[in-house]
Design a protein around this ligand. Structure first.
Ligand SMILES: [Zn+2]
Ligand SMILES: [Zn+2]
Length: 420
């Protein structure tokens, strides 16, 4: 029989890893609560049009990386490749804008992109992200960046750098693209094949190409920051000033454009040297036209997403597995009957307890108790029960005593609250 394995770029997350994983999620939820963001969950499967409409027809994500397939004759659906478009869809679908002014949502979950699997890039990967919809306030740009900063600190990650840029409003972008296109007209053959394509379809992406020669060509052209309109210039200046005032260090990086069509104005990345070539830990920015573009009223918005696997790789969080309270090491059927009843009772009171189900020797039962880091072990067999007693061993103090059977329940229940 062929033994089936996971698909390329898709991985199991085993319980050993889940301890840290859950600790990161827990910390993230705490930070979101402090900042007033509430959780939203959207489906994994969406209408494929949602992403061509928002992320952009000509982006790598929509063109090459969607896990999409047909339902019925002509409904193309896909596994979500990113989190922002589904949140905006939900925002519009439920007319949230009519009930509330500004909304602040966060999400945690799996995203899917059909890419060549490599270090730091999976086909199913997890993101933590947030979207704040309904305000163009530069304080909100700063809030999102400060939030990411706090979140990373909360999960024991440091040594990252915040890179900031502004790509202006649609007018700024149109103007800049026009100039850039002119500049590149006689240099097209020198660009990498990807950028030759981008020159036609997704011009701004050339700015963040990692190819050495492309970088060289772009270096001699002024950054988009130099061409911002007065309003965009002022907005960005204010964002920078607020960040400085709240103690956020950042560098301006003209290469940061983000790959998606919907971004406007402030864009940022948190990068970490320990991540290697896929060094972006988090990324985000403003998307002031997306809601309108998706059929809503114009609502400026800003958001970010963090890569869970990348956080897992560099977080120094060392969450402890909660120790087991009581392990029952039992020999013989009578002892099992007694012990199992006690176990059921303790568990119903919220006291973690375990028993061996494999009929093993006392010695290997005690080994298991050790491995589970049990605080106490109850030992009972024919011999003890005949005397009307059980043995209670305190694993930390390395001492044990006998307890009368009729007092056992009260004593075992009393052990825990005092000790935990
Ligand atoms: Zn502008
Ligand atoms: Zn290139």
């Amino acid at each position: 029989m062929l033994r089936i394995k996971t698909l390329p770029g898709m991985e199991d997350i085993l319980p050993e890893q889940m301890v840290k994983w859950q600790a990161i999620e827990r910390k993230a939820r705490e930070v979101f609560l402090v900042y007033g963001y509430s959780e939203i969950r959207t489906p994994l499967l969406e209408d494929a049009m949602l992403f061509s409409q928002s992320v952009g027809e000509e982006t790598d994500i929509v063109k090459k990386q969607m896990f999409s397939f047909l339902i019925g004759k002509d409904k193309r659906v896909c596994l979500r490749p990113e989190g922002t478009a589904p949140v905006v869809r939900a925002y519009l679908q439920h007319s949230v804008f009519r009930r509330q002014g500004l909304v602040k949502y966060y999400y945690l979950g799996a995203m899917f992109r059909y890419e060549r699997p490599q270090k730091g890039r999976k086909r199913q990967f997890y993101q933590i992200g947030a979207e704040a919809i309904g305000s163009n306030s530069p304080y909100l740009d700063a809030e999102i960046i400060y939030l990411v900063n706090n979140l990373l600190q909360a999960v024991a990650i440091d040594g990252y750098q915040i890179r900031l840029n502004s790509i202006g409003c649609l007018d700024c972008q149109a103007n800049y693209k026009h100039l850039l296109r002119d500049y590149l007209r006689d240099k097209k053959d020198l660009l990498c094949p990807d950028c030759q394509c981008r020159a036609e379809t997704n011009l701004l992406r050339i700015l963040d190409c990692k190819n050495k020669q492309c970088r060289e060509i772009i270096r001699s052209f002024p950054p988009i920051l130099d061409y911002l309109c007065a309003k965009c210039k002022e907005h960005f200046a204010k964002v920078k000033r607020i960040l400085t005032e709240i103690g956020i260090n950042y560098v301006i990086d003209a290469h940061i454009v983000r790959g998606l069509d919907y971004y406007t104005n402030t864009v940022f990345e948190f990068i970490h040297p320990e991540l290697g070539s896929q060094n972006a830990l988090a990324g985000g920015g403003r998307y002031n036209n997306l809601i309108e573009q998706m059929g809503g009223e114009k609502q400026p918005a800003v958001g970010f997403s963090l890569g869970m696997e990348r956080m897992m790789a560099i977080s120094r969080l060392e969450p402890q597995v909660l120790p087991l309270h009581i392990f029952f090491a039992l020999m013989g059927e009578r002892a099992y009957d007694w012990g199992y009843k006690m176990l059921a009772h303790l568990r119903s009171k919220g006291i973690s307890s375990e028993i061996d189900y494999q009929n093993r020797s006392l010695k290997s039962q005690l080994r298991k108790a050790n491995r589970l880091k049990a605080k106490f072990v109850v030992i009972a067999g024919e011999k003890e029960l005949n005397k009307g007693k059980i043995i209670l061993r305190d694993m930390r103090k390395q001492e044990q005593r006998e307890i009368n059977l009729e007092k056992a329940e009260a004593e075992l229940c009393a052990l825990i609250p005092a000790d935990s």
